[in-house]
Structures are given as C-alpha cells and as structure tokens.
Design a protein around this ligand. Structure first.
Ligand SMILES: Nc1ncnc2c1ncn2[C@@H]1O[C@H](COP(=O)(O)OP(=O)(O)OP(=O)(O)O)[C@@H](O)[C@H]1O
Length: 822
C-alpha cells in the first residue's frame, strides 16, 4: 500500500499535466462573479447521508489516495462548508438531473439511442457479496471496520492508477461490466452526483469547460462510463455517490473532455480570455512607464482638499481637472479662467476650447488617458466605489498620464488606493485634513414646524415631489422664498438657483434641495435640515446611507462663506438620532472599486460569439468576466435596457450600439427613450439626425409643464452628447440644439422662481418617476409609506419608526439637550 502511495506521489507526468491544466488556470477562476461553492463531503440528500456517512469513518479511508485536484488545499473538508453554501453545488439544477438517466434502476441500460447497451444484469445472488457493500461505500450495517478496511485495500490498485492510462483503457473496452441491479443503481447515483458536483463544474472551468456546457459534458461522460472496466465500476460502487468518487472520476473526465470537446474548449477559452478584467493596471501601458506621484488629499467635506489640489493644478504648466459633475467642471472652468489661467471645458455635452489653454476641466468620463499632463486632479475619488459610475474614477486613476495626480476625497477608498498604487508601482503621498470648523448638530430640531425655518437654511428632501411640497409649505407658512435644486434640473439652472440663494439682496433665502446639493456647488448654507432620512432606492424605501448624510450635512457652513459655522438638524425630532448616528459613524472601508470593459474589450469578446445580439453579448460578458478581488463590474442594467431597445435598429455597428448605450437618458422616461430610438434609427439610416422638437413659448404654469421642460432639456442634452460621441456631420443641428437647451434652462429657471403648485406625477396612471442623481422615485411606493403631517404635506415615516424600535432595543441613550459635535 505504501508503495502504491509512493508510486502515486511520484507520478510526475500526471501531476505536471494536471497542474498545467488545472491549477495554473484554476487560480484565474477564483473570482468569477458567481463562484460555485467548493466541494463538500456533506450530503444534502437525507437518504444518502446515513448510508454514506459511515463510509467517511472507515479506517481504510485515510489510505485512500488523494487525487491531485482533491485537496486544492482549500477544500478543508465538509465540516467547514456551511450548509447554505453547499446548496450552490446544485445550481446546475434540473438540466443535470434530467440529463443523467441512462442507467436503468433495474440494471438495464435505459433506452438511450445514443449509446450501446454495454451493461449486463447478473443474477443478484451471484453478486450478493459485492452488493452488500455496493452503494454504501462498504456501509452495509453489519460490516466490521476490519472488513471495510480490507475492502478499501482491495481497491487500492484502482484508486492509485494513472488516470490517463485508465482513460485509454476505458476507451478500448468493448463491453461494460457485469453488475447487479443494486450496483447499477449506485453507479447511476455516482454519475448523478458527479454531474451535480459544484466542485467538479468549478474545476472544469480550468480546462475551459464552461458552467453551461458542464452538464452536457457530464452527461456524455456518464455514457462513456458505462464501458468502464469491472474493477473501476466496483470501486465506484464501493465509493458510492461521494466526493471521493467525484475526485476519482474528475481526472478521467478531464481526459475525456480534452479528447471529445476540443471545439467547445477552444470557444470557451477564447471567450474567457476576452472577458479577462483582471490586472486592469496593465491596460494603460503609457501610464505604467511613467513614474507617477499620487497625492491623496484625504478628509471630510469642507476641509480644503480641493482647494489645495486646485492650487497645484493652476501652478502647473499643463493640467487636467476631473469632476464628478458637469456643474463642478463648469465651476472650475470659470474659476480658473477668472484667475487668468486659460482653461478649456470638456463634458459629454460641451466642448469649450479656450485658445492657448493648457488646462482642461472635464467630467471624469471624458478624461483623456493619451494626453500628457504635469498635474491631474481627480475630485471625489471615493466615487470609485459607485455601483454605476465607479469605473470612470478607476480608469482615471489607472490611466491618466500625469506626473502628479491629486486625489480628493473621503478616507473610504484610501486603503484600496494604497493597494492599487502598489500594483501600479506609483508613489503615494497622503495628506490628511480636518474640517475647518466642526459641524454641529442642532438638537432641538425644527419640531416638525416649518415656521422655524430661518434665512440660510437648506431643507433636504429625497424626491422631487417632496421638494415641491416643502417649498409650497414654507412659502405658505412663512415669509421666506425658496430656491430649488434637484438632479433632473440642467446644471445651468442649478447654478442659477444657487446664485439666487447666495445673493443676499433678494428674498430667496431658503434652499430646498435633493441629494444633488451634496456635491459641487458653493452655497451659503447656515443650517442643513433633513426633511426625512429615508429615500426610495428604485425598489423600496431605505435609510439614506450614512456616507451620503455626512456629505450633505457637510455642505453647511463653508470657509469663506457667510456662515462659517455649520449646523445640521432634522425637521422632526424622531429623525435626530439617526442623523447623529450617521455623523458619528466612521467612513466606510471600501473593499472593491468599479470596473467596466472598454469598447475594445467588448469587441474582442463579441468576436468569440458572432451570432449573439449586443444585449446577449453584454449578458455573456457579465457572466464570464473575471475580476480580481479589488474590483467589481459596474451595474449595467440601464445599458442593457438601451441595447434591448435598439436591437431591431438596422445599420448600427457594434461600436455605434456601444456608444448609444452610454447616452445620458433616463431609461424610465418613455419620451426620452423614444427620442433616443429615433436618433439611433436616423443614424442607422445614415440620415442627418433631426431634433424634431418644438420650443415651448413660455415658462411653466404648472408642474406638468415644468416636467415637460425638464424632459425636453434632457432630450436636447442627449443630442449634444451624441454629437460629441459620433460624427458631427450626422448631428448637424448642434448650434440650434445648444440654443434651444439654453433657452429651456432659462425657462426652467423662470418657472422655478414662481413655482407654487403641487407636484404632479411624471407619467399619468403609472408610478411617478423622477430622476434624482441616478435614482428614480416611484410615487405609489412612497405614498404607501407616507403620512400627512400637520403642515399638509407628506413625509416618509415607516422606516423611521423601525429605527426608533431598533434604537430602543440597542438602548442607545442620547442626550437631546446638548449639541453634539459631528
Ligand atoms: N487655504 C484656503 N484659503 C482660502 N480659502 C480656502 C482655503 N482652503 C479652502 N478654502 C475654501 O474653503 C471652502 C472649502 O474648501 P474645499 O472645497 O477645498 O473643501 P473640500 O474639502 O474639497 O470640500 P468638498 O469635498 O465639500 O468639496 C472652499 O470655498 C474653498 O475655497
């Protein structure tokens, strides 16, 4: 036996072959998006459990040779695999279960046309001795351990055989083994077990047998096994449907697949390699050959991070400022030019080239990784972790070709930036900041009474509807007039509202805003008041994340503005504890940042799947892409929705489709989607793309008209974006569209100044939708969870009650009487 083990361990040929096939490649599969749980020796089938659990205690078991695949070191035995995880071994589902049906329960090979009948039924009496052990892994209750030990030794010669030789031998066998009905039944179960094994399907990835092809391969392998030599069959019966059996069969399965499925393997290999998003730092060779210095300006809001980074930007001979918003890019563009430094503006919608400029303020998606700069600034670097747009920050960090790169943001991504800098071989300097003045929580709140609003207050609400209700209520109850800022407004209108609010000489001294206020605008806010602290996430009402609460509250009291001491509070007392909790919470420690493939990567991938539509390609890419542990694939549902809509449009190349899918459109707004479809159709027909949209004559007189203006502006903005991403000749009306967009932005501004109407639903008869920084609001869902307040408008409540309960349970005693430093 010892000789046998020694023999096994020294079979370098097998080991090296398997290593080459499996382990080297296998390491690449660890981070598949939907990893299959490792093999486990737990049995989920309660009928099998008692029968085979004994076998795992056999004295002979410890002598069973371990196949090179088995341990992979990390298998760790079943005991470490939680029951819940194990279920994923069965993810292959019915397809597998149905596919394994060739062996008959009665020992007769089922009528499977694809296979010869190679199994024979023998008289069960003839085999009674073997059937006693059969299917039980030697379990049969009356066996002694000694007998079982002997049995396992009896099979050593099979267990320790070279799988390659064994496979060859199996190929040459003409007749299947003689088995009795019980043995056939057990063998069937073994095949079934193999086909269901998550471990085997996961390991098979290493030889480029995809998860979707594995059941077919396992099915064919099952048929192949019918011709296995008698001793192999007996050994499998002895092992029963167990992980040992899977590990024994797997190397034979590898040989079988390599010989029988070369085309499938080649195709899947090509697909996997094309969807390889591991090591993204290697995508930017120009940046890699530079010795870049990364400076992380790390701190909370209003601590001077951007100010210091911009100082370096302006001092440099050439520079690029990458902004999270068009609005902020415009602010920097204005500020820098005002200081006499020529700076251009580049966003998806506008290109303002200032003659002789060596500086550019752009949105982060537009940042060039080809141009050389002395200084680059990437603002709000924590947005790398954003589930939708994170890839743009990651790309900028990895790919900008600048000697010095200044990152401004909170500490949440500091650790991961350290790791990425190490991977990139760049030097990282950290500069830590504190808020100029601490943010103070006003503990008495507004006690639900909007009459307590003061000049310089900013009321934050998380839906368009709430914003207008609050505005209406404030203007009705008090002498204050309100400006409004929310995501669906064009940047020009938001800036106009911000200056109206900042200007002390008018009566507009209160701001009502959505989370859009959290970034980019310099505002004279004395106190931030949260109207509520829950928001709709597209599915249900959820508490506003602490990081967002911090960011928004931090807008109060900025250095150099009228109110340097910032205050934050809530409208209602019952929200206060949550606010304090959020402000006290340390910043998250982000573990992964976003990635998305470039067009070239998608194109390469699509080459492997020539018959698929673009939507299917995107889906397949998502399923098969590989990422390493520091990255996630950004959400792309909105991209898929557009791809789906454009599926039938003729005349679009893959690249056209890819570009159209990134157009800024609210996918829930049918009007906007209709225009996108129209633009794409004209483009596909090589016709000049027409705006085909009339201009409203006056500002809005009610909310429906205001919504209409917002949509029109979004459609025009989409036209401008497309004109910048496609051939300008196909979008010949840019000048006209710019003029229309600017006119609508003005009309929106005028409308907001006099807006004193109740908000309406965006889509009649359907849930109300509203675009607020990427989030969409559904009226019905909100209304389900709102209640009328004494002020006559609705606010979300139910979750807050939950929080009250939670707080009570946690005995979180907070002193409401004193102000708490945030
Ligand atoms: N050294 C300074 N001298 C004069 N003003 C400064 C200085 N540092 C910062 N400020 C001003 O303080 C305000 C906040 O600074 P800054 O925008 O740089 O903060 P931040 O930490 O980047 O905050 P946020 O993340 O909210 O943008 C700005 O109006 C800025 O002009």
């Amino acid at each position: 036996m010892a000789r046998g083990l020694f023999h096994l361990c020294t079979r370098k040929r097998i080991l090296s072959k398997l290593q080459a096939l499996l382990f080297i490649n296998h390491s690449q599969f660890h981070t598949f998006q939907n990893p299959v749980s490792p093999i486990s020796t737990r049995f989920s089938n309660p009928l099998l459990r008692p029968r085979f659990s004994q076998s795992s205690k056999l004295p002979g078991e410890r002598f069973r040779p371990t196949r090179p695949f088995s341990a992979a070191g990390n298998e760790g035995g079943a005991t470490e695999t939680p029951e819940g995880e194990f279920k994923t071994d069965f993810e292959l589902g019915d397809e597998v279960i149905n596919s394994v049906h060739g062996f008959s329960e009665h020992g007769v090979v089922a009528n499977d046309e694809s296979n010869d009948c190679n199994l024979e039924i023998v008289d069960s009496a003839e085999c009674s001795s073997s059937s006693n052990n059969g299917g039980g892994g030697g379990g049969g209750g009356s066996d002694t351990n000694n007998e079982l030990g002997k049995k396992s030794e009896e099979f050593m010669h099979v267990a320790s055989r070279d799988p390659v030789e064994l496979y060859r031998e199996m190929c040459s066998v003409e007749r299947g083994p003689r088995l009795d009905s019980t043995e056939v039944e057990v063998l069937l179960e073994v095949c079934h077990w193999f086909a269901k094994s998550g471990w085997a399907s996961n390991q098979a990835l290493a030889i480029y047998i995809g998860l979707s092809f594995f059941p077919t391969a396992a099915h064919k392998f099952r048929n192949f096994l019918k011709k296995c030599p008698a001793d192999v069959a007996k050994y499998l019966v002895y092992l029963g449907p167990s992980d040992e059996a899977v590990r024994f069969l797997f190397p034979i399965f590898v040989e079988f697949c390599l010989e029988n499925f070369p085309d499938e393997i080649k195709r899947f290999r090509g697909m996997v390699e094309a969807a390889d998003l591991t090591k993204p730092h290697t995508w930017f060779p120009f940046a890699r050959v530079m010795k870049r210095k990364i400076i992380y300006h790390c701190g909370p809001t209003n601590s001077g991070k951007t100010y210091n980074a911009l100082q370096r930007f302006m001092e440099a001979k050439t520079g690029i400022y990458c902004s999270p918003l068009r609005l902020l890019a415009m602010e920097v563009f204005d500020k820098v030019n005002a200081k006499g430094i020529y700076c251009s503006l580049l966003t998806g919608q506008e290109k303002k080239r200032v003659p002789f400029s060596n500086h550019v303020a752009c949105t982060v998606e537009m940042a060039s990784t080809q141009e050389l700069y002395e200084v680059a600034v990437i603002d709000e670097i924590q947005m790398m972790a954003d589930s939708n747009r994170g890839y743009a920050w990651t790309r900028a960090l990895l790919g900008l070709t600048a000697d010095e790169i200044h990152l401004c943001g909170d500490p949440s991504v500091l650790d991961i930036v350290r790791k990425i800098c190490q991977d990139m071989g760049d030097e990282l300097c950290e500069q830590h900041y504190e808020r100029f003045k601490p943010l103070v929580v006003e503990a008495k709140t507004l006690l639900g009474n909007l009459e307590n609003i003061r000049s310089g207050d900013c009321v934050v609400a998380f839906s368009r509807r709430e914003i207008f209700e609050v505005k209406l209520a404030i203007e009705k109850q008090t002498k204050h007039r309100c400006c409004v800022i929310y995501g669906a407004l064009p940047p020009e209108t938001r800036r106009q509202q911000a200056s109206l609010f900042n200007d002390q000489s008018n009566e507009y001294d209160v701001l009502v805003a959505s989370d859009a206020v959290g970034m980019g605008l310099n505002l004279n806010i004395r106190r931030v008041i949260f109207n509520s602290l829950t928001k709709y996430n597209g599915d249900k009402m959820v508490p506003v994340p602490a990081s967002q609460v911090k960011q928004i509250a931090g807008r109060a009291g900025r250095r150099g503005c009228l109110y340097p001491d910032g205050l934050a509070t809530t409208l209602h007392l019952d929200d206060l504890d949550y606010l304090i909790e959020c402000l006290k919470q340390p910043f998250d420690d982000v573990k992964k940042v976003g990635l998305f493939p470039s067009y070239e990567q998608v194109e390469l991938f699509s080459g492997q799947l020539p018959d698929l539509t673009f939507t299917q390609i995107l889906e397949k890419f998502g399923e098969n892409c590989r990422l390493d542990g520091s990255y996630f694939l950004c959400q792309h549902n909105h991209i898929k929705k557009i791809a789906n809509m454009l599926e039938k449009v003729q005349g679009l190349s893959l690249e056209d489709r890819f570009n159209f899918c990134f157009a800024p459109v609210n996918v829930r707004d049918p009007k906007a989607m209709y225009h996108l479809l129209r633009y794409a159709t004209s483009f596909g027909q090589k016709l000049p793309v027409n705006v085909a949209m009339g201009m409203p004559r006056s500002s809005a007189r009610n909310d429906a008209e205001l919504l209409d203006l917002e949509t029109r502006h979004q459609v025009l903005s989409m036209y401008l974006w497309l004109s910048n991403h496609f051939d300008e000749e196909t979008f010949p009306y840019v000048k006209k569209v710019e003029a229309m967009a600017s006119c609508i932005a003005d009309l929106l501004g005028q409308s907001l100044v006099k807006a004193n109407w109740k908000p309406e639903s965006r889509i009649k008869g359907r849930p109300k939708t509203e675009k607020s920084e990427g989030q969409l609001e559904t009226r019905s869902a909100v209304e389900l969870q709102t209640e009328k307040t004494e002020m006559g408008y609705s606010r979300t409540r139910s979750l807050l009650k939950l929080y009250e309960k939670k707080r009570h349970e946690n005995s979180l005693l907070l002193d409401h009487s004193k102000k708490v430093a945030g």
